[in-house]
Design a protein around this ligand. Structure first.
Ligand code: HEM
Length: 452
């Protein structure tokens, strides 16, 4: 058993127990019915908070240093639990593989996400966005959550495959992806694994969507072939990727699993971020004004590219603050592989350890006035006041999001391109209703499009 660690400053960890456990079910109903409020309430009870999930004991690592300890020690805190189920659905791809297999895949795939590659993949993001916004009519209303999801699917298709997917196919892939991603969430969270095997309409729709999505992607990969060179997209990098030591490559099935994983992990998360950003800009005129001023000054009506990002610091702070307030990946978990000392407790092997970006980001001890949207937190001297590990939208350690820079680049380019010409006004009476699913979603957000 590894030793019990204590905070560096000599204080002891605060351990606590989450209140309100129900007989038999424990905290499962709270996590199902109002997960965000429940998770955000837990840091008040300790740095490490014990929960009951049915008959099992689990813990929330609520202090950023404890979260780091969990995420930086993957041999002790492994991807078990829901990831075991997700593996059946996503193949043994990057987001669900473990141990040696994960290290192997990560070394092979990481070069595909180098900055120079990202600059190339994202070279058409602004043009794709412009093509979509050119079809907008001033005064019309659109559900911006839906619009951003459709746009992101188009951008993801371009990033992965350069070209070659027509609009109808992108729309079909998007519908399939939505059904698949909701299905994966339901299946990984289902306690027994029985309901999803029954031939219900929802289960049949899931199986159909999953099969069709895999078919669309497999066709794209087959059409490309391994011999074709010269494309600057993610698929080309995956097909050519070689392990630096062994020279091994991914086989066709592995490439397919990785591409599906990128679509599942990358499109709804990024689309939600954009929906939140436009909602916030639409409701906070001061923020909108500053973004517009910055974009006008930096771009002067040019189409933005990767090299323009340093000239958009305020826009990037707005995106960071949106990721703080509404982190798309709101909760994740690990399972202990051995008895271990964590936060002043001895935690037995096989215990679920939760970490929640939402709980960290809404903790007033880490972010004063946490419900206040304040992009200034990420500027100048104030940046240094944010405790280490307190901002965690992309996780940390060996499983840290591989697409973080890609996502931030796409988001900034899309916000700048839209903001250069459009102002999005929330339809009066619209309320943001957070939907914590596989991703934290914004729900329907009808907004009126106004040409600037
Ligand atoms: C705003 C957008 C995004 C957010 C908030 C986000 C968030 C995250 C988080 C929190 C994790 C770690 C989960 C854990 O600790 O268990 C993760 C992992 C991952 N993400 Fe993202 N992500 C985003 C965009 C993307 C994009 C664009 C891609 C790919 C194109 C991507 C691909 C992945 C993959 C493959 C993993 C697994 C990495 C590994 O285990 O080695 N994500 N993401």
């Amino acid at each position: 058993m590894s030793g019990i660690r204590r905070p560096a400053d000599g204080l002891t960890w605060r351990t606590g127990v989450a209140p309100g456990a129900l007989p038999l079910l424990g905290h499962v109903p709270a996590l199902w019915r109002y997960p965000l409020e429940f998770l955000a309430s837990l840091p008040a009870h300790g740095d490490l908070v014990e929960l009951r999930l049915g008959p099992n004991r689990a813990y929330l690592a609520a202090h950023p240093e404890l979260v780091r300890e969990v995420l930086l020690n993957p041999r002790v805190y492994d991807k078990g639990g829901v990831f075991d189920k997700a593996r059946q659905l996503l193949g043994n791809s990057l987001s669900v593989s473990r141990g040696e297999e994960h290290r192997f895949q990560r070394r092979l795939i990481q070069p595909a996400f180098r900055p120079a590659k990202i600059a190339a993949y994202t070279s058409a993001v602004a043009a794709d966005t412009r093509r979509v916004t050119d079809s907008w009519r001033s005064g019309e209303t659109q559900d911006i959550s839906d619009t951003m999801h459709a746009l992101l699917m188009r951008v993801a298709a371009r990033t992965l495959f350069s070209a070659g997917l027509d609009d109808a196919l992108i729309e079909e892939a998007r519908r399939c992806l939505r059904t698949v991603s909701h299905g994966i969430y339901k299946r990984t969270m289902a306690p027994l694994g029985i309901m999803e095997k029954l031939p219900t309409p929802a289960n049949r729709a899931y199986a159909r969507a999953n099969g069709r999505l895999r078919q669309i992607v497999a066709d794209m990969i087959a059409r490309r072939g391994r011999s074709e060179t010269g494309q600057e997209d993610l698929l080309a990098t995956l097909l050519q990727a070689e392990h630096p030591e062994t020279g091994e490559k991914l086989d066709d099935r592995q490439v397919l699993d990785q591409v599906i994983t990128f679509l599942v992990a990358g499109s709804e998360t990024t689309a939600s971020t954009l929906a939140f950003v436009f909602h916030l800009m639409g409701t906070l005129p001061e923020v909108e004004k500053q973004v517009h001023a910055e974009v006008d000054e930096a771009l002067r009506d040019r189409t933005p590219g990767y090299d323009d990002l340093p000239g958009l610091p305020y826009t990037r702070s707005v995106i960071t603050e949106a990721l703080r307030l509404y982190p798309p990946s709101w909760m994740a978990m690990r399972v202990t592989t051995q008895d271990v000392g964590l936060g002043g407790r001895t935690v037995p092997a096989g215990t679920m350890i939760l970490y929640s970006a939402y709980a960290l980001h809404h903790n007033p001890a880490l972010f004063p006035d946490p419900e206040h949207f304040d992009p200034g937190r990420w500027e100048g001297d104030r940046l240094a006041q944010v405790p280490r590990g307190a901002l965690l939208p992309f996780g940390a350690g060996t499983h840290k999001c591989i697409g973080d820079v890609l996502a931030l680049t796409e988001t900034a380019l899309i916000v700048a391109t839209v903001a250069a010409r459009w102002r999005l006004r929330p339809v009066p009476g619209t309320r943001l209703r957070l939907e914590p699913k596989a991703t934290l979603e914004a729900g329907p957000l009808p907004m009126v499009l106004e040409r600037r």
